[in-house]
Design a protein around this ligand. Structure first.
Ligand code: 13P
Length: 249
């Protein structure tokens, strides 16, 4: 009932010219894929070129970040209506690099989730613990706090996606084991059931991110509460992204 969602976060890679070429490659290579939603997050400056090339390919496009105000004196920021105007359908909220490098707070995430929904975008709220927090046995507590704040302004009938990205697994080559991912994904779904309703919990897609590769995607995608992946490094290579999209059920 939950269509698998495979998303590539290009982070600060691919200038518009390279991004356009890469989008064309993906469009051609992935044209025959059915039954899976595909989504890419290029840098802001590459969005127009990528959206133009992906056209009606069925591959959707999103922003990596947003500001919660619609417009105003916020030098360097991009708002949700700007992303929607370009043709974005999704936006990442609270990626760990935003939280840890740029100091985004849980409250900022809640404002961003609300702004995304108000502009008609689907937010993908990212949550995840650091290694220190995991070792201190605080994983559940950290994730619950991030979920509670990031989803605070969200109503039952609104559409959103979650991504569990353990910070210690991002860009490190160290993936969460299927057991570790399974435990957290189950916990997130149970939390959704109590914060919202069992109906909503059954409907929301929960992605995993952190060193997802062609070699580990099949095992991850077998987990019942894991509905897709948010891929960083391996999304920058057409061969590996193609293989990840074609994970074996
Ligand atoms: P890597 O796949 O490079 O570990 O990055 C994961 C990530 O942060 C996706 O948003």
């Amino acid at each position: 009932m939950r269509t698998p969602l495979i998303a590539g976060n290009w982070k600060m890679h691919l200038a518009p010219t390279e991004a356009r070429k890469y989008a064309i490659r993906l469009r051609v290579r992935l044209a025959d894929v059915r039954g899976r939603d595909i989504l890419v997050f290029p840098p802001f400056t590459a969005l127009p070129a990528v959206i133009e090339e992906l056209g009606r390919s069925g591959i959707a496009c999103g922003g990596q970040n947003l500001h919660w105000e619609k417009q105003g004196a916020f030098t360097g920021e991009i708002s949700a209506p700007f992303l929607a105007d370009l043709g974005c359908s999704h936006v990442l909220v609270g990626h760990s690099e935003r939280r840890h490098i740029f100091g985004e707070t849980d409250e900022d995430c809640g404002r961003k989730t609300r702004a995304a929904l108000d502009a008609g975008l689907t937010p993908i709220l990212c949550v995840g613990e650091t290694l220190e927090q995991r070792e201190a046995d605080a994983t559940r507590q950290v994730i619950e706090r991030q979920l509670a704040a990031g989803l605070k302004p969200v109503q039952e009938d609104e559409k959103f996606v979650l991504a569990y990205e353990p910070v210690w697994a991002i860009g490190t080559g160290r993936t969460a084991s299927p057991e570790q991912a399974d435990e957290v994904h189950r916990h997130i779904r149970a939390w959704l059931g109590s914060r919202f309703t069992p109906d909503l919990a059954a409907r929301v897609r929960i992605l995993y991110g952190g060193s997802v590769k062609p070699e580990n995607v099949d095992d991850l995608m077998k987990l019942p509460d894991l509905d897709g992946v948010l891929v960083g490094g391996a999304a920058l290579n057409a061969d590996s992204f193609d293989r990840i999209v074609r994970f074996l059920p």
